[in-house]
Design a protein around this ligand. Structure first.
Ligand SMILES: O=P(O)(O)OC[C@H]1O[C@](O)(COP(=O)(O)O)[C@@H](O)[C@@H]1O
Ligand SMILES: [Mg+2]
Ligand SMILES: [Mg+2]
Length: 313
């Protein structure tokens, strides 16, 4: 079998500076994957003893992954600024002419770090229109994304990349620590009766989605899965179909997940694979963000099942 690695694949027809950004994200993720694999031996488990801007207790790996991504991307002359779940504000690099901004969730699925369950890194590349790159520069709708993706650190380490209208998968070769193209085009299968959701929240979801989901599950027509790491739940959905739900709730109308560095990058991967993503009646990729750490309710996946679940009603 002929093997093509991420660098060679990008060199074929991607713009060189955008390719360099994707390669730097990938190499930061290789570094993070070493810490993940080492677990307690890497000193990467446990609490960091701090709280982030969203009021969440940071784990050591949240902080370490953020530092790795920030250092790696900060060294790329094509990046004007980064925004991260773990940074209060955008971090600019004083490069007014640099063409790209990168928003990321350095470590997704923090509650699973210490229990050896799949976690990940999510990223979104946006155009930078010049000038100072503060928070406002990142307030662009998801349809503007030039590329997005995630790396999942599970039994395999996989890079899912949305680029040029396609979603592709690269798998990390542990021997060479390079990402090898393993899936040229991901297409979500339709008709899978699978709901990925934390059902402990079901009673607080807005109607009619709570009633529609309850009918599917109580009626025995649909199955349910929930890892609690978005990358892992989305990875299953991209390969096997179904939907992922973290909708708004009576007590949290804007849900939990962050628009700029969680929902938008995933929404582009899902769109390229034939799915759709909504916050109520709004298409996620069309939402004009108002703040850097804005949360939205998120329903994503098989369009037919989203309709059955009445997510846009
Ligand atoms: O614990 P809950 O409420 O089910 O939430 C799980 C969701 O929260 C997240 O862990 C949030 O991401 P972070 O770990 O980056 O904060 C998602 O990955 C996941 O889908
Ligand atoms: Mg996350
Ligand atoms: Mg995170």
């Amino acid at each position: 079998m002929s093997r093509i690695n991420l660098g060679d694949w990008l060199a074929k027809d991607s713009e060189a500076r955008l390719a360099s950004v994707i390669l730097d994200v990938a190499s930061a993720c290789v570094e993070i994957s070493r810490l993940v694999r080492g677990g307690a031996l890497s000193g990467a488990l446990g609490e960091a003893g701090a709280v982030n801007v969203q009021g969440e207790t940071q784990k050591k790996l949240d902080v370490l992954s953020n530092e790795i991504c920030k250092a790696r991307l900060g060294a790329n002359a094509a990046i004007a600024a980064i925004a991260s779940e773990e940074e209060d504000h955008a971090v600019g690099f004083e490069r007014p002419d640099a063409p790209f901004l990168v928003a990321f969730d350095p470590l997704d699925g923090s509650s699973n770090i210490d229990v050896n369950v799949t976690i990940g890194t999510i990223f979104s590349v946006l155009p930078h229109r010049g000038g100072e790159a503060g928070d406002d520069a990142f307030l662009q709708p998801g349809r503007n994304q030039l590329a997005s993706g995630y790396v999942s650190y599970g039994p395999q380490t996989c890079l899912m990349l949305a680029l040029g209208g396609k979603t592709l998968q690269f798998t990390l070769d542990p021997a060479t620590e390079t990402f090898i193209l393993t899936h040229e085009r991901i297409v979500m299968p339709g008709g899978t009766p699978m709901i990925g959701a934390n059902l402990s929240n079901l009673a607080r979801w807005a109607t009619p989605i709570s009633e529609a989901a309850r009918a599917c599950l109580d009626g025995g027509t649909h199955n349910q899965r929930w890892v609690g790491s978005m990358v892992a739940d989305i990875h299953r959905m991209l390969h096997q179909g179904g939907v992922f739900l973290y909708p708004g709730q009576v007590d949290k109308p804007n849900g939990k997940l962050r628009l700029l560095y969680e929902c938008n990058p995933i929404a582009l991967l899902v769109a390229n694979a034939g799915g759709a993503s909504f916050f109520g009646a709004r298409r996620v990729l069309e939402i004009e963000p108002e703040t850097l750490h804005q949360r939205i309710g998120f329903a994503s996946g098989d369009p037919e099942l989203l309709t059955l679940l009445r997510v846009t009603a």
